[in-house]
Write a protein that binds this ligand. Sequence first.
Ligand code: TNX
Length: 527
Amino acid sequence: MVNKKQNSAIATLFIIVILIIQLSCATKTPSDLSKESIIPKPVSITATRESFTLKAGTDIYIQGESDELKQIGQYLADRLKPATGFGFEVKSTSKAPRSGNIYLTTSGTDAKLGEEGYELTITKKLVKLAANGPAGLFRGIQTIRQLLPANIELATKQEGPWKISTGTIIDYPVYSYRGAMLDVSRHFFGVDDVKRFIDFLALYKMNVLHLHLSDDQGWRIEIKSWPNLATHGGSTQVGGGKGGYYTQEQYADIVKYAKEHYIMVVPEIDMPGHTNAALASYAELNCDGKATELYTGTRVGFSTLCTNKEITYKFIDDVVRELAALTPGPYIHIGGDESHSTKKEDYIPFINRVQEIVLAHGKQVIGWDDISIASLKPNVVAQHWANVKNANQAISQGAKILMSPAIKAYLDMQYDKNTPLGLHWAAYIEVNSAYIWDPATLVPGIGKENVLGIEAPLWTETITNMDDIEYMVFPRLPGYAEIGWTPSSAKNWDEYKVRLGKQGERFKAMDINFYRSRFVPWVGVKE
Ligand code: TNX
């Protein structure tokens, strides 16, 4: 028998339990899409404050039968499978799937999304990603990744739940060229390292990988008609290590991997300076007919191709022909920087002729802005790195500018004077400084209409392995990605640093060796 006293005790207990439940519901923040820390920041976010949950039965439906969309669906499945442990089958469909699934579609989209934009609509029932084409779907998938908990990036099965906040994101980039450069010449990095670098670019919706394939210290791409370039010219690196080079097959594999991530590879053969590796490989490229010694130091400006020998142009024609055949993208980068050992009266006709060669092989020229003292052909892109006069001269010739100002965008610049790697000839570039600038207003004479996009170069005189690369690239890279993607009016360091701080967990999950800047409020990152 329950007496009166016990009865009222049970009632009180019951009330307390109800109160606790209510309290815990009230304090639990509802999921809010507009508070998610997506980088680059999307153009517009509308939150509906519910959530969709990935479950064991969630599949990825793609509209139609296209192999390319299937591949994108598979890419998403491959990102989600390891940590969730779920199956994620990729299935074709002609209409929106039933509740609980992810749907990738190319219909019902707005032209303003362009080639890379997307519209992501998340309800309790469905994740729907729409874009005008595959590139937009691929970019949108990166947003889905970032909306999931950071441990989605881990390679082993984790505890869920795998919730995504509901609402709508409409998003598209400001600039069509958003890239990074990796100097594989000063130190050589193998195919797997380059692929990991591509993964980083993809996560932040960047779309260009510029590979600096030749310099004084190493020639890194097999050229079948001039084999010594790679076998001899590629046989060392800064500090005298063994160097290396990509066979054409390996290079094609990099290009394919990049393409699967909707990233274009821009190959650079730097000339007429920065050519010691070639000059050491073939005596006939030197004015005195003598091959130079291989070079493993870090000086610049001492080498030059012999600009008034015909064989030099035969060499360039062969190299560009083989490289163009390996390059699905429109550009070949001809370098042209710091040719301090080439007389100006030799440099100008040389650059003019090399432009002709690139065009004859069906490609467009990019060169460091030093090339603007020559007569630039239509559609040439000048990559601005230090000399404002050169950049303006390029603009006055009708060229577009790729913005890589060394004082802001050089990934090899040290964060501060204590950074163990890198250089500081242009500046110390802390994470905030790397973020706080606008490519359309930084340089007098260069306006939005002149700018093709942004690129952050990583020169590797002091960078010897993947850990070093990661330390210099992170956490600056997401900021460059945002500068290229997000309208400058929507950028604000104090707001950005909070989003960046939340990416720290993601960097950890991806095992990225990143610089713990004290200017960033890191979350979930124990030292
Ligand atoms: C200048 S930037 C160079 C490179 C160096 C870099 C080091 C440019 C076009 N040339 O050769 O590696 O500085 O920061």
